[in-house]
Ligand binder design. Structure first.
Ligand SMILES: C[S@@+](CC[C@H](N)C(=O)[O-])C[C@H]1O[C@@H](n2cnc3c(N)ncnc32)[C@H](O)[C@@H]1O
Length: 207
């Protein structure tokens, strides 16, 4: 359970708005590999409360459009499949009301990770969605596919950043949350209304 009072207020406020269905905006969805509808709506609700300058995500798709529409300055996304990179970039280009966004096309490295290059990201990222890379096969311990994603971005996160990990209904992602807790000191929670979406305070008690 997340204790940080500022994050508590943001998360509780977002959950409340989401439950009341006061959202003025629909979750844009296309294709089959997207956040669940409830998770997408919660993401919108969270964005409306945080009003972040900078956001980022691993694994592009419909979520890229939502994040790009809400990041006041820039949304950064990492994608490894050229076809989906083109699809996302084209969707963003068709919609001039999307704020500035950068979708990096990067082949996954030997660690099955999106390489983050110097200068890719600014300091002070306030919201992160980890919805990639896709699962290859069930893994144990630190070999889990998304295990390294959080380590690779910690230095860019603001003190009050919130990180979302999708697919926490899977045993592999539940294992990742536990390893992150042990190694990085994160705090996290999940909610029945947004099943499968882990909500994470990456700094845990350290703030
Ligand atoms: C879980 S998906 C990411 C979905 C994205 N975060 C969203 O909510 O829309 C992970 C990967 O699936 C691929 N993908 C993106 N759009 C897709 C689509 N419409 N159909 C199938 N795969 C897709 C991309 O390679 C992406 O990195």
């Amino acid at each position: 359970m997340i204790q940080n009072p500022k994050l508590r207020e943001i998360i509780d406020g977002s959950l409340n708005n989401f439950k009341k269905e006061h959202l003025s905006e629909n979750w844009r969805s296309f294709g089959s590999a997207r956040l669940r509808m409830d998770s997408g709506k919660f993401l919108i609700s969270l964005l409306q409360v945080i009003k972040p300058d900078y956001t980022m995500e691993f694994g592009s798709g419909a979520s890229t459009q939502t994040l790009a529409a809400h990041a006041k300055k820039t949304h950064f996304a990492y994608e490894h499949v050229p076809k989906y990179w083109r699809q996302t970039v084209a969707a963003l280009a068709r919609n001039p009301w999307f704020n500035e966004s950068i979708v990096y096309l990067r082949a996954l490295n030997d660690d099955y990770m999106y390489p983050i290059l110097p200068g890719d990201l600014p300091q002070g990222i306030q919201l992160v969605l980890i919805d990639g890379p896709p699962l290859r096969a069930p893994k144990n311990g630190k070999d889990r596919d998304r295990y390294r994603t959080l380590h690779s971005i910690m230095e860019y996160l603001s003190d009050d950043a919130i990180v979302l990990l999708d697919n926490t209904e899977r045993e592999s992602e539940q294992g990742i949350l536990e390893v992150w807790k042990e190694e990085l000191g994160i705090e996290y929670e999940t909610h029945e209304e947004v099943r499968g979406l882990g909500i994470i305070d990456p700094w845990g008690h350290s703030v």
